[in-house]
Design a protein around this ligand. Structure first.
Ligand SMILES: Cc1cc2nc3c(=O)[nH]c(=O)nc-3n(C[C@H](O)[C@H](O)[C@H](O)COP(=O)(O)OP(=O)(O)OC[C@H]3O[C@@H](n4cnc5c(N)ncnc54)[C@H](O)[C@@H]3O)c2cc1C
Length: 503
């Protein structure tokens, strides 16, 4: 097989696994792989001077433990008026699996203080129109029949709602139509703290090496018969280049993943493109207001708005401090990473993805217009949106902050030529020697579930052996559909609540 690299540079290492990127996904995968095969030599490469500097940073995401409790876009209403709850159920199950993984980390002293990354904050969905009230009630009636959502409550009673979420009622007009659902045991997660703590633990392991300030520039197959990949890596501090060989590569580079996936040239990578969406939050500067709200309150997206721009008023706990943010306000930027380049979008164009990109672009002109319009909003415009939630919010009490960058997936479609997807997707070579994670949602909350999917796709034979047993030790409900098994659900929830201190 051809080697694209400069022959003057020789490879120095042959590894079992190389993970690209230092976010929550690679931290999770590195930990699980190390558990499965402690003798494997694993290296992790991150281009920034610290871990969790992109989407996994707590200020770059909303920190919601996505479980379908409050996110109305996970239970969409179809044209015939029926509500589909399958996605909410699936995401809730993935979150339960991920919580079990975090419980295992606590049980095994990888993390000593669970509150350093996870806190219980009730999850609410709130709506402000008669039409949306009907939707919310129907959704609650459907969801509460499922054991995963049996604790969900619904109310349109003003007195009760004032007790649940008082801040939303200060200055609200009596005639406003209002309803909400509540799940008390929702979670707020500091994915940055979690990522760093996992890497701190892994740094003590002999067979694991972690590199900061190192950017993976190229990935090429060197010996197809051995499934061996060669990576070209630049030390961004010394400017030195190095080459390493690895039997398995996981591209967990967030917004940088598409670029590297294209570099692998595997047939499975063909036709994929990316659509970047930037984000902004309003952060509350007034401590008295912050203390009046202890909830994650998700609303319903405006007509034509993308699902990731559903407005929410979020209590957060970051570095032990309570804070309040509202957003995200989605916007348009051509960068794929917050610390990336404005050329990212243009450099992602390849011969095989031009058609899907153009066709998805044509089908999504209203979305692009919406994002550009959102980017041009004034502080007053943004505050007006916030006033749907807090009617008497004052301009000077809220400050704008940049959120993380998301790259939505564009893929080929036989009917439309190209479509825009809002989920995540694991792409892997037929022989499992390389895999990449594309997309952004539901994201970090489902990290353990998604990384297990990577392992299942790339190592199906190993999973039939002791690997499968070890995964069951880490995630006791692995292989069980929790929504069909209330007894198991109750057992694993109790265990997670106890270990993660969220009961
Ligand atoms: C605005 C916003 C709100 C969100 N809200 C939530 C939420 O409430 N709940 C939730 O669960 N999820 C949320 N998410 C999604 C979640 O943040 C992501 O799914 C998750 O952080 C992705 O983790 P990751 O490890 O894949 O990527 P990242 O954390 O982005 O890590 C990828 C890393 O790869 C590095 N990298 C890139 N290219 C290279 C290269 N060539 N060489 C070396 N390193 C490289 C980057 O520097 C980066 O550190 C949100 C995301 C955004 C943007």
């Amino acid at each position: 097989m051809s080697n694209i690299f400069d022959p003057r540079f020789k490879t120095t290492d042959r590894l079992d696994a190389v993970l690209v990127g230092g976010g929550i996904m690679t931290a999770t995968l590195a930990y699980i792989l190390h558990k499965l095969e402690p003798s494997w030599r694993i290296q992790v490469y991150e281009r920034l001077p610290f871990f969790a500097g992109e989407s996994s940073d707590p200020w770059n995401n909303a920190g919601t433990g996505h479980s379908g409790f409050c996110e109305l876009n996970y239970s969409p209403q179809k044209e015939d008026g029926t509500i589909s709850i399958e996605k909410a159920i699936h995401i809730c199950e993935q979150f339960e699996e991920t919580k079990q993984f975090w419980s295992y980390l606590v049980e095994n002293n990888v993390i000593s203080e669970p509150r350093s990354f996870l806190n219980r904050i009730p999850h609410f969905s709130a709506v402000f129109t008669e039409e949306n009230k009907n939707f919310l009630k129907k959704r609650w009636e459907l969801l509460k029949q499922n054991p995963l959502f049996s604790e969900m409550e619904y109310s349109e009673d003003e007195q009760e709602l004032k007790k649940w979420i008082p801040l939303l009622f200060s200055g609200r007009n009596k005639s406003d139509s209002f309803a909400a659902t509540r799940v008390k045991n929702g979670c707020d997660v500091d994915f940055g703290s979690l990522t760093k703590q996992i890497f701190e633990y892994l740094a003590t392991k002999e067979n694991i090496e972690l590199f900061l300030n190192h950017e993976v520039r190229d990935i090429d197959l060197v010996e197809e018969e051995d499934h061996l990949w060669q990576l070209k890596i630049r030390d961004l501090k010394t400017r030195n280049k190095k080459f390493i060989d690895s039997r398995f590569v996981f591209i967990g580079a967030g917004g940088g993943a598409l670029h590297l996936l294209h570099k692998t040239n595997i047939p499975e990578s063909k036709g994929y493109g990316g659509f970047p969406v930037s984000g902004q939050w309003l952060i509350c500067q007034n401590e008295t207001i912050v203390q009046q709200h202890f909830a994650k309150v998700y609303g319903k997206a405006n007509l034509g708005a993308p699902p990731m721009s559903v407005p929410h008023l979020d209590s957060r706990i970051i570095d032990g401090k309570r804070t309040l943010l509202f957003g995200p306000y989605a916007g348009f930027s051509t960068k794929f990473l917050k610390n990336g380049s404005y050329w990212d979008l243009f450099e992602s164009i390849e011969i095989d993805n031009i058609k899907p990109l153009v066709m998805a672009g044509i089908h999504n002109i209203p979305l692009t217009k919406y994002l550009i319009h959102q980017s041009r909003q004034s502080h007053e415009d943004r505050m007006n949106e916030l006033r749907n939630f807090i009617p008497n919010a004052k301009n000077e009490e809220w400050e704008l902050k940049e959120a993380g960058q998301r790259v939505q997936i564009i893929q080929k479609d036989s009917e439309e030529g190209g479509v825009l997807e809002f989920g995540t997707k694991v792409i892997h070579a037929y022989n499992g020697s390389v895999a990449a994670l594309l997309g952004a949602s539901p994201g970090a909350s489902t990290a353990a579930s998604i990384m297990i999917e990577v392992i299942e796709s790339c190592f199906p034979d190993e999973m039939k052996t002791k690997w499968g047993e070890i995964v069951k030790e880490i995630i006791p409900s692995y292989g069980t559909k929790l929504s069909d098994n209330p007894e198991k659900l109750s057992k694993v929830r109790k265990r997670s609540d106890r270990l993660l201190m969220i009961n």
